[in-house]
Write a protein that binds this ligand. Structure first.
Ligand code: C5P
Length: 222
């Protein structure tokens, strides 16, 4: 069995993190949620009242920050300068602003370097937007996961409901579409399917079906 790298990219709410976690656990690999790192930077910048279009200030802030991803029973915990920010980085405020921060090349450079270090020994399932195209260009398996925006909004809605958060499907759909647009149209490493990535439409797949599909592809490479 080989310790391969598995890259999973796709738009918001396609089920990447849920499925990546299951795949990582089944293979005994490490799951790395790169979105959490962009969220942690955004959270800290908002705490410090840094203007989110100020690329230099954001890059300087990040240069003196530590972001640690620690595996846990629930998947992954996120620590920012030693503080557990796992829940704080999922707030609506952070979600609404993260694409603005992630658009800056100088922010991406630093996070990409950290991500490459984390994956250097293989045995990883990494999810994000630019993993196959920039972070792990030699990954043995690249998957681009998507679903219709309606279905992705519906999943977020049910997800929120489970966590006791009241939301509107229409509003969620609008927010998801806007974030996808910003992530796809930015200049620095936009969200795009890599040429050698396999497209997986999860619109009509269950979580388990999608995970099994990726596990089958992974077995072929191991
Ligand atoms: O995956 P998640 O929805 O938590 O990602 C939050 C945001 O972080 C994305 O909308 C995107 O702007 C940014 N991101 C990115 N590159 C990655 C992962 C996330 O630009 N590899």
């Amino acid at each position: 069995k080989k310790n391969i790298q598995i890259a999973i990219d796709g738009p918001a709410g396609a089920g990447k993190s849920t499925i990546a976690k299951i795949v990582a656990e089944a293979l005994g690999f490490t799951y790395i949620d790169t979105g959490a790192m962009y969220r942690a930077v955004t959270y800290k910048a908002m705490q410090q009242d840094i203007y989110l279009d100020d690329e230099t200030k954001l890059a300087n802030m990040l240069a003196v920050s530590t972001i640690d991803l620690k595996p846990s029973a629930q998947g992954q915990l996120v620590f920012l300068d030693g503080e557990n920010v796992s829940d704080a980085i999922r707030s609506n405020e952070v979600t609404a602003s993260v694409s603005q921060v992630a658009a800056h090349a100088k922010v991406r450079e630093q996070l990409v370097a950290q991500q490459q270090k984390l994956a250097a020994n293989g045995g990883v399932v990494m999810d994000g937007r630019d993993i196959a195209t920039h972070v792990l260009t030699d990954a043995e398996l690249k998957v681009f996961m998507s679903a219709t925006v309606e279905e992705r909004a519906r999943r977020r809605f049910l997800d929120n409901q489970k966590r006791g958060i009241v939301s509107s499907i229409d509003k969620l759909q609008e927010e998801i579409a806007l974030r996808d647009k910003m992530d796809s149209e930015r200049e620095a490493s936009p969200l795009i399917q890599a040429e050698d990535a396999i497209f997986l439409d999860t619109t009509t797949l269950s979580i388990d079906e999608a995970a099994q599909a990726i596990l089958r592809l992974a077995q072929e490479k191991m």
